[in-house]
Write a protein that binds this ligand. Structure first.
Ligand code: ADP
Length: 456
């Protein structure tokens, strides 16, 4: 059901119930008090008659009644214990036999008789002969019932009128509420179809809620746009990175087709080149897959309480042989254990050592120290260094300081962005200082961590 229809329905149903209840209440109250005032007047008159009967010696009760109660439009009777009228006076013959049953107590009520409405009161009195009888007075109150009828129609009319007004106001109010929402949803649909991330205008006279909604929508649009652009850039960069080795492989295979089979030198060169490029492609696709995987599984940490020094020494020991280069590890720690995702931590250290090897000269030093809450790991090389202007960008995907050199070393431009992603997930801080032709130092601050806190 549409929001507008729902609001209209709720408001209409609620106001109908409210107005009808109020009107019924007013009607019943008015009727009650009008009748009550008639009955009270009758009561006063009947008491007067009884007083006169008590005080008078020379007039018969009948005479007193006839004079004491001047009937404008009504009926008066004295009813004995057998419910038979002993005396009665009437202004209209239609009212004859209206009398109500004898009761030993006083009572008053309204009586409907032959289409007429009466207010009546019955009081027990002692008659001339000593019998207890009921003095009953009836007053025609049809004029009251006519006014009740009029009131009823006025109230019904006012309900209908009010409903019409409410229906109209409802339309206006729901339009005020829903129009901007409809505008916003139309805009969202258009954005969905065209994929141009146009923000919605936040109008000053919009309601607070709508302004909030529009602002959130715009924020979301910006994020989506950024994400989309990053995705595009990622695809373009990745395909660009893959294109170079593919082009090289392609040209060597063409060369092989033309001369290679006969010329041994060309054959050897081509086989090597194709092998190298295939290796680079393999490395690049592995990095791409790893990057995709790590950015996808953001929260799945497998934390273990491990000796960080042992871990680093294990990695450096292995890489020393692979690089055929010395890696010095200097340890000055009070404690050695930390909560770590071991696989990710190894990957992180591996990336920095790999870069220190690729862009370094002769020596790589790893310094490990600690304070109360964290370990400080410095990976120092004496290589080409990074120009100051490039430093802010080196963690960007596919960014390379020197493309030609980096390609020569077999880099993918993804290493540091993977490192940054791992570091963010593990609450590790990375800092870098570097001087061109002197070398670079990457400093990692690794929190020792508490299992419950870090495994969240
Ligand atoms: P790559 O796979 O190309 O090494 P990275 O993301 O690991 O990509 O590094 C990005 C760039 O930062 C590198 O291309 C390189 O120019 C520069 N860089 C990273 N580490 C070092 C270092 N230790 N010394 C000099 N330059 C470095």
């Amino acid at each position: 059901m549409r929001l507008g229809t729902r609001i209209r329905l709720y408001i209409t149903v609620m106001t109908v119930i409210l107005i009808i209840s109020v009107n019924i209440f007013v009607y019943v109250l008015f009727k009650h008090f009008s009748i009550a005032s008639e009955l009270n007047q009758l009561e006063t008159r009947s008491i007067n008659i009884i007083e006169e009967i008590k005080q008078s010696d020379n007039r018969t009760n009948e005479e007193i009644m006839n004079n004491g109660y001047i009937l404008s439009d009504g009926y008066i009777s004295v009813v004995n214990k057998d419910d038979k009228p002993i005396v009665n006076f009437t202004t209209n013959v239609d009212y004859n036999n209206i009398q109500q049953p004898f009761q030993s107590k006083q009572y008053k009520k309204t009586v409907a008789y032959k289409g007429y409405h009466f207010a009546m009161i019955s009081l027990p009195i002692v008659w001339e002969n000593g019998d207890v009888v009921n003095l009953q007075l009836y007053e025609n109150v049809d004029f009251k019932y006519e006014s009740f009828q009029i009131l009823k129609w006025i109230l019904i009319g006012s309900v209908i009128l009010l409903l019409l007004v409410i229906f109209y106001l409802n339309r206006v109010i729901t339009n005020i509420i829903t129009q901007p929402i409809l505008k916003l949803s139309k805009h969202i649909k258009e954005t969905q179809e065209t994929r141009d991330y146009q923000p919605v205008e936040v109008q000053q006279n919009d309601s607070y809620e709508l302004q909030e909604l529009s602002t959130s929508f715009n924020d979301m649009m910006n994020k989506l746009q950024e994400h989309d652009e990053r995705q595009q850039a990622f695809i373009m960069n990745a395909s660009h990175e893959l294109k170079t080795p593919i082009t090289v492989i392609n040209s060597y295979s063409q060369m092989l087709q033309r001369f290679g089979k006969k010329d041994k030198r060309t054959l050897d060169e081509s086989i090597h080149a194709i092998g190298d490029e295939a290796k680079k492609m393999k490395y690049l696709t592995e990095q791409l897959l790893f990057y995709a995987q790590i950015t996808k599984n953001k929260k799945e940490n497998n934390l273990e309480y491990e000796n960080i020094v042992d871990l680093i020494e294990e990695i450096t020991h292995r890489l020393k042989h692979v690089y055929e280069q010395d890696i010095k590890v200097e340890v000055s720690c009070e404690t050695t254990e930390a909560w770590l995702d071991i696989a990710l931590f190894k990957q992180l250290i591996h990336i920095f050592l790999d870069n220190a090897h690729k862009y370094g000269e002769s020596l790589i030093v790893v310094k490990i120290s600690d304070n109360k809450d964290s370990f400080k790991i410095e990976i120092i090389d004496d290589g080409i260094g990074i120009p100051e202007t490039d430093l802010p960008h080196i963690f960007t995907r596919f960014y390379r300081v020197d493309k030609a050199r980096s390609r020569g070393t077999g880099g993918s431009g993804l290493g540091l962005s993977i490192a940054q992603e791992i570091a963010t997930q593990q609450n590790i801080m990375i800092e870098v200082t570097s001087k061109v032709n002197f070398g670079s130092t990457f400093v990692l601050t690794v929190p020792k961590g508490v299992k419950n806190e870090t495994s969240l």
